[in-house]
Design a protein around this ligand. Structure first.
Ligand code: AAL
Length: 403
C-alpha cells in the first residue's frame, strides 16, 4: 500500500486521460469504462426531455384506445412515418382470466398495426391500418403488435409480433412475422409465417421474440430482439441478435446470444463504427446506454435515468450501413397509464436527447435531473408494506428498551 507521500494528490484540473498514479477501482472505471471522465462530455450520455404529441385521439383516455411500441421513424415522401401497436376495444384490458374474443387480456392484445405521419415530429396524423389481424387460424389472428421498419433496396419491410392466443394466458408468447411494400403507405404483402423462429425448447427465447429492431450493418440485416426468460414472476429481460442476408431470412441467431443482459424493449442505433443500445429497465444494467464496436459485445457507456419506454428514434442512418454513426436526437416512445387498473392503456409521446457525436454542448446532458415530489410519492408503500414497516419499527424499539 503506497503511503501518501509517495505520490501526489489527484489533480484539481480533471485529467482527460488516465493519470499515471495509483487509482481506486472507481477512478480506474471512470477512465476505462466511459468515453470521457465527465458525463457531460460523453457523447453517449444524455438526459431526456418529453413532449406530449398533438393529433392522436385517445377517446378521453378511458382505456379503450391504446397506442404503444412505436417503430423507428423514417423520412419518406417529404414527411415522417411511424408504425405502432393500436388497440381499439370495447373494454380496457381485463387480464388473461377475464378476456374474451372482444375483451383484451393485456394492453397489446386484440391489437393491429397502424401508422401515422408528421411534418414536424410533434403533430401526427393517423393514416390508418398497415397490418390488421388476419382471420383465425392465420398467424397473428389474436393480435399483431410492436412493429419495426426496415428499408432495404428500395422496399419497405415491417417486422412485428404475432399472437395466436391472448397474451399472458401462458406468458407473453409470440413469434415474429413480416410484411413488405413498395411504399410506406402500403399496400403490404404479408408473409403469414414465422420469419424468425422462437428458440428450441428449453432455450431462453423458446416462447417469444419481442420488439424486433432492424439495422443494416456489414451488408446484412441485423435484427435485435428481446425475450423474457425464466418462470414468471421471476423473469429477466435480455436481448438477442439474429442476422440475415435478405429480409425473408433465414435469420441466424448469434452464437453469443443473449448479447444484452438487461433491457425491456429494444432501442438500437449505429454510433461511430459500432452500435449503441438502451437498457431501460429489468436487469442489473437498468438505466444504462451501451455500446459495442461489433454490434455484439456491449459495454456500459453511460448511466442515466428516466429513459424512454418502448423507444425508437428518428434515425436516417439505420439502413445505410454506416461505420461512422452520428447518433440520434429524438424519437417516439410510450407512456403506460396503469394508475387506474380499470382504464389501463398507453399513449405515444416524443423524447428528445443528445446522443450525437461531438454533441458535447451540455444541452440535455443533465446529471442532476430534479423530479417533482409527486414522482417520488407515486412510489408509495402498499398498505401491507406500511404495516410491516411500522411493526418492524415497533419491534426494534421494544428490543432496545428490553436490553
Ligand atoms: C412491450 C414489448 C412487447 C411485449 C409487450 C408488447 O413493451 O416488450 O410488445 O410483448 O410489451
Amino acid at each position: 500500500m503506497p503511503t501518501k507521500t509517495e505520490f501526489k494528490s489527484f489533480p484539481w484540473d480533471i485529467p482527460q486521460s488516465k493519470p499515471d498514479r495509483p487509482l481506486s477501482e472507481a477512478m480506474e472505471r471512470m477512465y476505462d469504462n466511459y468515453l470521457s471522465p465527465r458525463p457531460e462530455d460523453n457523447d453517449l450520455f444524455t438526459s431526456f426531455k418529453y413532449t406530449k404529441l398533438e393529433g392522436l385521439d385517445y377517446g378521453g383516455h378511458d382505456g379503450c384506445i391504446s397506442r404503444r411500441d412505436p417503430s423507428k421513424i423514417i423520412k419518406a415522401n417529404g414527411r415522417y412515418y411511424v408504425w405502432y401497436t393500436k388497440r381499439h376495444t370495447e373494454l380496457p384490458p381485463r387480464g388473461a382470466q377475464h378476456c374474451s374474443d372482444t375483451v383484451p387480456s393485456t394492453d397489446w392484445d386484440l391489437a393491429d398495426i397502424f401508422y401515422a405521419t408528421s411534418e414536424d415530429g410533434f403533430t401526427w396524423q393517423e393514416q390508418g391500418v398497415a397490418i390488421n389481424r388476419p382471420d383465425k387460424p392465420t398467424l397473428g389472428w389474436r393480435s399483431v403488435a410492436t412493429p419495426d421498419i426496415l428499408c432495404w433496396q428500395g422496399r419497405y419491410y415491417l417486422y412485428y409480433q404475432t399472437f395466436n392466443e391472448p397474451s399472458m394466458l401462458k406468458g407473453d408468447n409470440c413469434p415474429v412475422a413480416m410484411a413488405s411494400a413498395d411504399s410506406p403507405d402500403g399496400p403490404w404483402t404479408r408473409i403469414d409465417k414465422e420469419i424468425i423462429e422462437n428458440g428450441e425448447p428449453g432455450s431462453w427465447d423458446q416462447y417469444s421474440i419481442h420488439g424486433p429492431s432492424l439495422l443494416v450493418r456489414d451488408g446484412k440485416i441485423f435484427l435485435y430482439y428481446k425475450a423474457a426468460f425464466g418462470d414468471r414472476p421471476e423473469y429477466l429481460c435480455v436481448n438477442g441478435l439474429a442476422i440475415a442476408d435478405n429480409p425473408l431470412g433465414p435469420f441466424e441467431k448469434h452464437p453469443l446470444n443473449p448479447i444484452l443482459n438487461s433491457g425491456h424493449e429494444t432501442t438500437y442505433f449505429p454510433f461511430k463504427e459500432g452500435i449503441a443500445a438502451f437498457a431501460i429497465r429489468n436487469g442489473n444494467e437498468t438505466n444504462t446506454i451501451q455500446w459495442s464496436a461489433d454490434g455484439v459485445n456491449f459495454k456500459i457507456a453511460s448511466v442515466t435515468q428516466m429513459m424512454p419506454v418502448g423507444a425508437k428514434a428518428y434515425n436516417p442512418e439505420a439502413f445505410i450501413d454506416t461505420k461512422n454513426g452520428k447518433g440520434i436526437r429524438w424519437g417516439l416512445c410510450h407512456f403506460a397509464d396503469k394508475k387506474d387498473p380499470t382504464t389501463k392503456h398507453s399513449y405515444l409521446g416524443r423524447f428528445d436527447c443528445n446522443l450525437v457525436q461531438g454533441g458535447s454542448n451540455t444541452d440535455m446532458k443533465e446529471t442532476d435531473v430534479i423530479h417533482a415530489p409527486e414522482v417520488f410519492f407515486a412510489q408509495s408503500l402498499s398498505e401491507e408494506q406500511q404495516s410491516q414497516c411500522r411493526q418492524r419499527a415497533i419491534d426494534e424499539l421494544s428490543e432496545v428498551s428490553s436490553e
